[in-house]
Design a protein around this ligand. Structure first.
Ligand SMILES: [Zn+2]
Ligand SMILES: [Zn+2]
Length: 387
């Protein structure tokens, strides 16, 4: 027997339970009878309008932090993005600094003299003037964990603050030391990425602030709402694990998104039922199985021609299989259209089950896909990410 355990099971597991393929055991109560923490949502558009400035920390979150620190309780601030500024734009001509090898904006880090690509590691010096128009009005926008840490230090100079992300936690001991210090009460506010989202159990944490819930929602992926919901639920679950209770403040520019609303209400069932309806309408898992074919090459024209060829091959293969719903989508430019110097296109195959997917890829198409001219192809069955 195999037992899968999660506070937020995937929609695949949920659907399998609904259809009776797997059994479902519920633990409706939290450990030691604690209540799930109340969640309030702050609309950052309104916040910025009211205060006439761009805010990283809303008034509600500042107030809550202040109260928490004063009561000698602890807070966790979560943001799924590291670095300082995540977008660097010229105010004069609008030019945005991007990686030379990837179609990705560069991120600045406080402690470094360079701006870097989080995908391929490309680095260049921090620009003093715009690379395009030479104007000095280069603005560092966007927020990463470094920016949030700095903001908290500014507003609460007395507070003891630590940051946990892959930039500060380069050694395993650093991770254990920081968690040890937090557990011992030597840190008031812990700022971090998904590294702090799961599993941590600190009874003195009475406030969790989700600095920006939207980061995952903007991902071009059919699972982005599910990931956002899961992340919000997991992070929220860090608050109020002890007898003092807790609360969660979620900052967002998309307060009406269902994943934000249903996470606020801790409505896992409601979220799943809505999301399953959407998935069914668009023939996405768990109602289909997916394969993604990524075609990439240094020469854009050749890569596109190869991707089109792959489309022809896959459609021909799908036609040979009768009586099953097989859809071949694409080619289209991948969400990250260029990565590490290669141009990228992708295709999606949807089929009712794994057997059908295997039939599509085991035929003559697989052989031909491996011999595309001027590009290489990678087949990913049941892809978890589609960038
Ligand atoms: Zn410019
Ligand atoms: Zn890059």
């Amino acid at each position: 027997m195999l037992v899968l355990g999660s506070a937020t099971p995937s929609l695949e597991s949920y659907q399998a339970a609904l259809s009776g393929r797997i059994g479902r055991l519920l633990l409706p109560e939290r450990v030691a009878g604690a209540e799930l923490p109340p969640v309030s949502v702050v609309d950052m558009r309104e916040e910025n309008r009211d205060t006439k400035r761009y805010n990283y920390l809303s008034r509600a979150l500042r107030r809550a932090l202040h109260e928490t620190i004063e009561r000698r309780e602890q807070a966790i601030l979560f943001l799924n993005r590291r670095g300082f500024a995540t977008v660097i734009t010229c105010l004069h001509c609008g030019h945005t600094e991007k990686c030379e090898r990837c179609d990705i904006t560069l991120t600045s880090h406080r402690s470094r003299e360079t701006i870097t690509c989080h995908y391929c590691g490309f680095e260049k010096p921090v620009p003093k003037v715009c690379a395009e128009c030479k104007s000095p009005g280069v603005k560092f926008w966007g927020q990463g964990t470094e920016r949030v840490e700095e903001e908290v230090r500014k507003v609460f100079p007395e507070a003891r603050i630590a940051r946990m992300d892959s930039d500060t936690m380069t050694r395993r001991e650093a991770y254990l030391e920081t968690l040890g210090a937090f557990r011992a009460g030597r840190i008031d506010v812990l700022v971090g990425t998904q590294m702090i989202a799961k599993g941590l159990d600190f009874p003195n944490v009475t406030l969790v602030g989700i600095v920006l819930a939207d980061t995952a929602l903007h991902m071009p992926d059919f699972r982005s709402r599910e990931r956002t919901f899961q992340l919000l639920e997991q992070v929220a679950g860090r608050a109020g694990r002890g007898s003092k209770g807790g609360r969660v403040i979620v900052q967002t520019y998309l307060p009406h998104d269902v994943s934000v609303k249903e996470a606020r209400d801790h409505d896992y069932e409601g979220f799943c039922l809505n999301e399953l309806r959407e998935r069914q309408a668009f023939y996405y898992p768990p109602f289909s199985r997916l394969a993604r074919v990524l075609v990439r090459g240094k020469d854009k024209e050749k890569a596109l021609a190869a991707a089109k060829e792959a489309g022809v091959l896959l459609r021909a293969e799908a036609k040979k299989i009768e009586g099953r719903r097989i859809e071949v989508l694409g080619p289209s430019p991948a969400p990250i259209a260029m990565l590490d110097g290669a141009h990228r296109f992708h295709l999606m195959v949807k089929a009712p089950d794994g057997e059908t997917i295997a039939a599509v890829f085991n035929g003559a198409a697989a052989e031909a896909l491996s011999k595309l001219k001027g590009a290489e192809s990678v087949v990913d069955i049941d892809p978890l990410g589609m960038l």
